[in-house]
Design a protein around this ligand. Sequence first.
Ligand code: COA
Length: 409
Amino acid sequence: MAKGMNIPAFGNLQGLKVVYSAVEIAGPESAQLMAEWGADVTWIENVFTGDSMRDTTYVKELERRNQRSLSLNIFSDEGKEVFLKLIETADIFIESSKGPVYEKRGLTDELLWKHNKALVIVHVSGFGQYGVESRVNRAAYDQTAQAFSGYLSQNGTQDQPMIASPYTGDYMTALMVVGSSLAALYRAQKTGVGESIDVAMYEVMLRLGAYYMMDYLNAGITYPRAGARHQNLCGIGVYKCKDGFLSLCLYGAKQNKAILDRIGLSYLWGTDEYPEGTSALWLNGPKAALIEKKLEEYLLTKPVAEVEEDFSKCNIAANQVMSVEELVDHPHYLAREAFVEWETMEGKKCKGPNIFPKFKRNPGQIWRPMPTLGMDTEDILSNLGYSSERIQDLSDQGIVKKSAAPEKG
Ligand code: COA
């Protein structure tokens, strides 16, 4: 679909206008989800290289579909004017930068609210808008947030912390931005008064990693990194089978009995150590080492698909660890159309995840591939009331960058 077209009306967010100025994943992916649910999303990119996401191979096509690209020097005097006009009709503005950059450069929340009282503003940064000054101004990516939040120290083996990939901190931040901005919008639409949200990526990961931290905060208990297994329960984690790996989440009385029967330990069930009805097999339990040993031995003799099938019949949550090659053509993925193909601006086929989640009454859509850098600059500015001459003038001064839609083929 070429430029100059109105966004089709679809999805639960039809009519919502989102503007964002951010690079890579954390900020943009939040706008991306909203774009797939029907919002009109304007992606502000710098006039030099554009969003560094453009340097990726294929993922950019997934994470910038349904968007419009406005290439604008947002911090120049004329650029600020364009930006402030743009947000007059926006509902949500999302920016991500090294701390309170917008405030320092004069684009304060108060100034934005002068132009749009009901605007929801989201500031995404590694460490927040305030705090220890030398920290809030730092650059941060996913791993930085995982490291500072204690999330990274909880994953991996005893010898080596490991990052939870790919880019968990970024994608979780994006989800928090979606949730918090729509919460603020709900309020803003009732009161006519906007909100400013300070999303620090490390705090996203702090909240995400708080499960075991609660034991430390309240009872001083710490756990060693458990690697591929659970910190304190038997039968939970990744186990090796004859021909592959099984992800097993053993929990519940019936499930425990079924496993003990299979691994030759039926005699433990209904004893004082493991009374009937035992739903958790604790790692510090009396026969935990024996249960783990027998389970490992049993699984090593069985094909993973067979175990998955057998355990699933007993309501045990067990799944083969699927590789990407295995999942792409899995019948369940095909039945739910988990992947979809669309055409890039250049006319090439691109395959990626379908719209998520599946809304029954107001489904999302892919109406447009990723635009080229500045492809929508002219349209957006002319919609804001700028004449062609003025747009050309701004382009000549390097305040904006415009480009034509690429040739197909
Ligand atoms: N017009 C003019 N200037 C712009 C601009 C625009 N449209 N967009 C960005 N800039 C400026 C920035 O203010 C910055 O200037 P500065 O270094 O003098 O402060 C410069 O261009 C580079 O900006 P940025 O896009 O932030 O790149 P970076 O390489 O310096 O940092 C991050 C990139 C992602 C590390 C940083 O933006 C950051 O920490 N963001 C918050 C957390 C985050 O989102 N991390 C990425 C998760 S995927």
